[in-house]
Design a binder for this molecule. Structure first.
Ligand code: F0G
Length: 460
């Protein structure tokens, strides 16, 4: 039971611990140099506190670990497939589903099945893998998020909202028959983990009904989005996260899902839909690219742990502590005057690298530079979300230079304590104090797609 008048506390106790390794500054300088100044290329053994991502990094509960033992590893028709189906129906309300190895497997499926060459896919800001799959299927991504989302300091409470006038303009420009669906992301990652409101979704729903455009939700962090609806939107304060998720899914046609986030598992995802015919096509697609349609790239035990994780992710107490910890880190950083994206989102605190390193040009890669500096200072691993992540424009070949040039401090779920949050904030303060001395980076190796994962850099 939530006791709202007291501060949040973790709604669990710790049964097992994993020891952390401390390193010296000299060791870290060597490690980041060897990693080409890309935190993705560091070895995790050289990392003290790992805030690279909240993806697949959560701590599972004892119930989830027990679920692994209930894995039914039959090739076809595993009972775990059916248990996961029951969880998806109960919590998300979709009728059909296909398991996938992780989120991008379901994005691949949706994009290939619904997009035709020359189509337009609106979205409330891009996500790296989502947009790439849309483009590979012949589609063009169109950003229809509200302008406030592109302004790191704007404190609008629902920066994940769709700007309906941008939707109207798109339909007027290209025609609704060129828009198979809108990809709607809960707690928009690239905007700083920002939620959409139920009111905005309802408006989008009637617009899309009128124009016969489907709404496919990126449900990756939708339970966290629901927590913001509960705490910020009038009329939802007495609804549970479970009720809110169920309601918001009822205004959509299906979803893609990376269960590695909300659903508290280390691997897995799914594609869900209410369209039986589309599900049959997705099952066929699954057999080619993922695995049989009753496991889709996961072991039976993975599906069982996910079914339990979905249920745990819908707990109000879980979300209160989850989001509470992220907000706490944001407050600590603000206390030191460090420029962050406001309001603080649910899965991460995003540092505004343009404001942190105003002396660097965007082509000096300020976010990449800052991520490397934070590692050297403290062994805390964070990640770039700016010019490197945005990639190059396929037409011009130029860097996309996005408005938001961010460093993401992503918090794994149920992994670190409040004392870790203090140490992280203190470490970043030390980098802040010597910010004027920091110089930029340049590419020495740049892969063609999703370059942020594998690029290498050197100091300018
Ligand atoms: N959609 C969103 C909003 C995501 O954040 C991610 C992954 C995906 C889809 C793809 O899912 O990794 O399971 O294939 N985000 C991770 C991150 C990688 O660190 O933000 P996946």
């Amino acid at each position: 039971m939530t006791i709202e008048k007291r501060s949040w506390a973790e709604p669990y106790k710790i049964k097992m611990v994993e020891l952390l390794k401390m390193t010296t500054r000299g060791e870290r300088e060597k490690a980041i140099h060897e990693a080409g100044y890309n935190t993705f290329l560091l070895r995790s053994d050289d990392v003290y506190i790992d805030l690279l991502t909240d993806s697949g990094t959560s701590a599972m509960s004892d119930d989830q670990w027990s679920a692994l033992m209930r894995g039914d590893e039959s090739y076809a028709g595993s009972r775990n497939f059916y248990n996961l189906w029951d969880a998806i129906k109960e919590f998300y309300g979709y009728k059909y589903y296909v398991p996938t190895h992780q989120g991008r497997g379901s994005e691949h499926m949706l994009s290939q099945l619904l997009i035709k060459e020359g189509d337009y896919i609106p979205g409330n800001m891009y996500f790296t893998t989502t947009r790439l799959h849309q483009e590979k299927a012949g589609g063009n991504f169109v950003d229809v998020i509200v302008d406030e989302a592109h302004d790191a300091q704007n404190e609008f409470q629902f920066k994940g909202n769709v700007d309906m006038s941008k939707m109207e303009k798109l339909i007027a420009d290209v025609g609704a028959d060129k828009v198979p669906y809108i990809s709607l992301e809960g707690n928009v990652n690239m905007a700083g983990g920002q939620p959409f409101s139920m009111e905005n979704l309802k408006e989008l729903y009637s617009f899309c009904k009128k124009h016969d455009i489907k709404i496919y939700l990126d449900a990756t962090r939708t339970a966290e989005n629901a927590w913001f609806i509960k705490t910020r939107e009038k009329g939802y304060e007495n609804k549970s996260v479970k009720e809110i998720v169920y309601e918001l899914c009822s205004y959509t046609d299906g979803c893609t899902m990376s269960a590695k986030k909300d659903s508290l598992v280390n691997i897995g995802g799914f594609f869900a839909t209410n369209d039986e015919e589309l599900c049959k096509k997705a099952q066929n697609f699954c057999v080619i690219f993922e695995g049989l349609h009753t496991y889709g790239g996961m072991a039976g035990r993975d599906m069982e742990a996910m079914a339990v994780g979905i249920k745990e992710s819908m707990g109000d107490d879980h979300q209160r502590a989850r989001v509470g910890q992220v907000q706490y880190l944001g407050q600590q950083l603000q206390k030191y005057g460090i420029p962050i994206v406001l309001p603080v989102g649910s899965h991460a605190v995003f540092i505004d690298a343009k404001a942190f390193l105003p002396h660097l040009d965007q082509n000096d890669l300020p976010s990449q530079t800052l991520a490397a500096e934070i590692y050297v200072e403290s062994g805390v691993r964070v990640m770039e979300r700016g010019n490197v992540s945005a990639g190059r424009d396929p037409e011009t070949g130029e860097n996309r230079c996005p408005k938001l040039e961010l460093v993401r401090l992503t918090l794994p779920r149920r992994v670190y304590t409040q004392a870790h949050m203090d140490v992280i904030a203190e470490s970043i303060k030390e980098v802040w104090d010597r910010r004027d001395t920091i110089t930029g980076l340049k590419f020495v190796y740049e892969p063609e797609v999703l370059r942020f994962f594998q690029s290498r850099f050197e100091k300018k």
